[in-house]
Write a protein that binds this ligand. Structure first.
Ligand code: FAD
Length: 243
């Protein structure tokens, strides 16, 4: 939760919205001139003084700020966002923030684990480093969701992983395979933290050539830190979306 009376707020407006389901949408908002951010950072947007942090899916060289938002039904801001339409205005804090970035490009493997909207910083990494990768970096993205319609970047990441298999692999997994919403799912099933442990063994990732990122649901992050960080010695960077 953020203070509501910041006088230096910038103005932004909704350029486009795409509803993926009743609970998930993508939003493209205007990027004020000179608004800078690094892949993996978040912006703070607000409506009527209610402000929240949202990670930015765009690469810094794109014209708009792309957000991927989940509706928290009893929340304050996300239900307001749900009612907004193209052209509506919002505030934007002047500085993007966050240290969930790729500062060390010397690892060979970046094991990027997330739940649902936690994919957002990884989309920004992929889009940016696809065009700016001077070293031997490979992104291994593992995303967990309850339902298949929550994978907002499935097509984009599948396509990039097919076209650039040495740069990205992407494994989405659902945790409720028997639910009718998942009838058409024929991909991986099971919780992403379990998949992550198996993935490390299969791909023979080790603590010298791999760094682990975990983003989204705090329970998943706590488990990853214990299993891969404390027990196996991997360096784990984290970004929790709520407490
Ligand atoms: C660094 C950072 C980046 C973030 N990036 C994103 C993003 O890319 N997309 C996105 O949708 N959200 C993101 N969030 C969460 C976002 O800031 C809001 O917390 C969220 O949209 C809910 O806001 P709200 O005002 O509707 O609910 P609030 O009134 O803030 O919260 C109501 C309750 O729901 C809990 N809660 C918040 N989010 C969730 C959730 N997803 N699932 C379950 N419980 C939750 C809160 O802890 C609180 O107890 C991010 C948060 C942080 C800190």
């Amino acid at each position: 939760m953020v203070n509501q009376t910041n006088k230096n707020l910038l103005e932004s407006k909704i350029i486009q919205r795409l509803d993926l389901s009743d609970l998930m949408l993508k939003l493209w908002i205007s990027k004020p001139e000179n608004y800078l951010f690094k892949p993996g950072q978040y912006c703070t947007i607000g409506v009527d003084g209610i402000e929240r942090a949202y990670s930015i899916a765009s690469s810094p060289d794109e014209n708009f700020l792309e957000l991927f938002v989940e509706l928290v039904e009893h929340g304050e801001l996300s239900p307001i966002i749900w009612k907004m339409k193209i052209g509506d205005k919002l505030t934007l804090r002047p500085k993007a923030k966050g240290i969930f970035q790729i500062k060390d490009t010397n690892y060979n493997n970046y094991l990027l684990i997330c739940t649902v909207t936690g994919i957002v910083p990884y989309v920004s990494y992929v889009r940016y480093f696809l065009n700016n990768n001077s070293s031997n970096m490979k992104f291994h993205i593992l995303q967990g969701s309850s339902y298949m319609d929550e994978f907002g970047y499935l097509e984009e990441l599948m396509t990039i992983s097919k076209d650039y298999p040495d740069f990205v692999t992407y494994q989405p997994t659902i945790s409720r395979p028997k639910d009718t919403r998942n009838e058409e799912w024929n991909g991986k099933t099971g919780r992403v933290n379990i998949i992550a442990e198996n993935y490390i063994n299969q791909k023979q990732l080790n603590i010298d050539n791999t760094i682990v990122y975990a983003c989204g649901n705090p329970d998943m992050i706590i488990d990853i830190k214990e299993k891969l960080g404390q027990n196996k010695g991997f360096k784990v960077l984290e970004e929790r979306f709520w407490k």
